[in-house]
Design a protein around this ligand. Structure first.
Ligand SMILES: *Cc1c(COP(=O)(O)O)cnc(C)c1O
Length: 485
């Protein structure tokens, strides 16, 4: 007994560093705040493309120490080996992939959520955090035009949200394993790859996949969709799920959602909309007009870490008939019997997760302190900036544009007379990367190497887009005079 006491005291002394005193907490938070400010203030000058830095050196610097090391040393490691390298998604000159802004108030909310550490999966444990989540889901459902019966979940991102929607659609149609080989999924070549991945993860990889051709606007060809469903019905297959895109990643094109909804209703097929990129635009009037029909879908996903400019780590799934999401996920363990009679809504009833952070706070706080009107304005600005880029890029010698932008992505190729277009377009992208002032990336459309200009951070404005135009203009001129190396 005596020796147990001694050991307890010894262990307590060794573990003491975990209990940070108030003065230290305040000092560290200040240091962290100064670190964050240095990063944010230097962001405009930082390389948007960012190199990878020395790997071995970083791996050594990250080594987990056995004994305490100074806090400022830790911050230095973060600056040098984490923040100082790689792509700067928050840069106003980041035009690659789908940009993600990283609103500062959202970062503060993450800090607050982690400090109070609410058990945000269960209503009884965290009534405040879970009500807040419910309000954000309800608000978003209203923005996209879903009815009161809609339900949803805040996930870590779009991929997990898609998985959740697919599982809800699977359960809603009672698809058993024996049904999978005859269940048919309709999508296009431009459906985001994570949708097929989610099908696979959900055990539905053996479904029949119909890749519906795209029309000239890079949208799902609805006649072909209708024909395909009819043929499958006649063949005795089970048309199950249509995945429409509301903003493809490749070109930003929005499928004809009203038309798809008509076809889905007629054939009694589940209509899912991947609005991970485009859904946020429903906040502004022009965006809502372009997304018309999205409110008729059975499920959709949105990514607030894209169009609502939040830091990475938040996606949303919405299901029109919310009961279907509950039915797919509700479960309880005996150790949860104390909360069995709880009347608060529990996120764990709508999600594969149990323990989870409060994701609502990072979503709510920026809207609370800026108001939704600021977001609507920023999104409408992005639509206009994309049109501006499209209009001016067209005037650059040798540039051939893709379809007029439905949202904020513009695609183009460089097709000078003397050089093969694929070679010239690759050379143009290489030259843009070497120049480094802006960061654009590429895709392949109908076998052709294509550059994408994606505009989506809150602080990307006209001068940034004009800079991108200038870089494209200068780089094309260089290639035309120097030839593609
Ligand atoms: C980003 C994106 C996804 C995947 O979402 P993550 O948040 O990256 O997991 C799916 N679909 C579309 C259209 C996207 O833009």
């Amino acid at each position: 007994m005596k020796s147990n006491r001694n050991r307890l005291n010894e262990l307590r002394a060794l573990a003491a560093p975990l209990e940070t005193p108030s003065a230290t907490r305040v000092a560290r938070l200040q240091q962290a705040g100064e670190h964050a400010e240095r990063f944010l203030e230097s962001l405009p000058e930082r390389d948007v493309y960012g190199t990878a830095g020395p790997r071995d050196e970083a791996m050594t610097a990250f080594a987990v120490p056995q004994y305490p090391e100074p806090f400022d040393e830790a911050l230095q490691v973060v600056e040098q080996y984490v923040d100082g390298i790689g792509h700067n998604l928050g840069s106003s000159r980041f035009f690659a992939y789908i940009p993600s802004g990283g609103l500062h108030d959202s970062a503060i909310a993450d800090y607050l959520a982690a400090v109070s550490n609410r058990y945000a999966g269960v209503g009884a444990a965290a009534p405040g955090a879970t009500r807040l989540e419910h309000v954000m889901l309800r608000w978003l459902a209203e923005v996209v035009g879903y009815p009161d019966a809609a339900e949803g979940d805040l996930t870590s991102g779009g991929s997990m949200a898609a998985l959740s929607a697919i599982v809800a659609a699977r359960e809603a149609r009672s698809l058993k394993s024996a049904d999978v080989p005859s269940a048919v999924v309709y999508l296009t070549a431009h459906t985001h790859h994570t949708f097929r991945k989610a099908l696979h993860v959900a055990g539905l990889g053996e479904c029949v996949i119909r890749e519906i051709p795209l029309d000239a606007g890079m949208r799902m060809n609805c006649e072909r969709l209708q024909d395909s469903i009819r043929e499958d019905q006649i063949a005795g297959l089970q048309p199950w799920l249509i995945c429409a895109s509301a903003g493809t990643t490749d070109t930003g094109s929005i499928d004809s959602l009203d038309r798809v909804a008509d076809i889905a209703a007629e054939a009694d097929v589940w209509m899912h909309v991947d609005a991970a990129y485009g859904g946020a635009f429903a906040l502004c009037e022009e965006g809502r007009r372009r997304l018309k029909g999205i409110e008729r879908s059975d499920s959709m996903i949105l990514d607030p870490h894209k169009g609502f400019f939040l830091p990475c780590g938040i996606g949303v799934v919405l299901i029109r008939d919310g009961q279907k999401l509950f039915d797919a996920y509700h479960a309880r363990g005996t150790y949860m019997q104390d909360v069995a009679g709880d009347t608060e809504r529990s996120p764990c009833d709508y999600s594969a997760e149990l323990t989870r952070p409060s994701r609502a706070l990072r979503f709510w706080l920026p809207f609370k302190v800026h108001g939704s009107r600021a977001f609507a304005a920023a999104l409408e600005e992005k639509l206009l900036l994309a049109q501006h880029f499209y209009d001016h890029c067209e005037r650059i010698d040798g540039i051939e544009l893709g379809p007029a932008p439905d949202l904020s992505v513009v695609t183009f190729r460089f097709c000078p007379e003397s050089i093969d277009a694929d070679v010239a377009t690759r050379a143009l992208l290489d030259a843009i990367h070497r120049d480094g002032r802006v960061f654009l990336a590429s895709t392949t459309i109908a076998g052709q190497f294509t550059i994408r200009m994606a505009i989506l951070t809150y602080h990307t404005h006209l001068e940034d887009v004009d800079l991108a135009l200038a870089v494209v203009r200068e780089c094309t001129a260089q290639i035309e005079t120097g030839g593609a190396q």
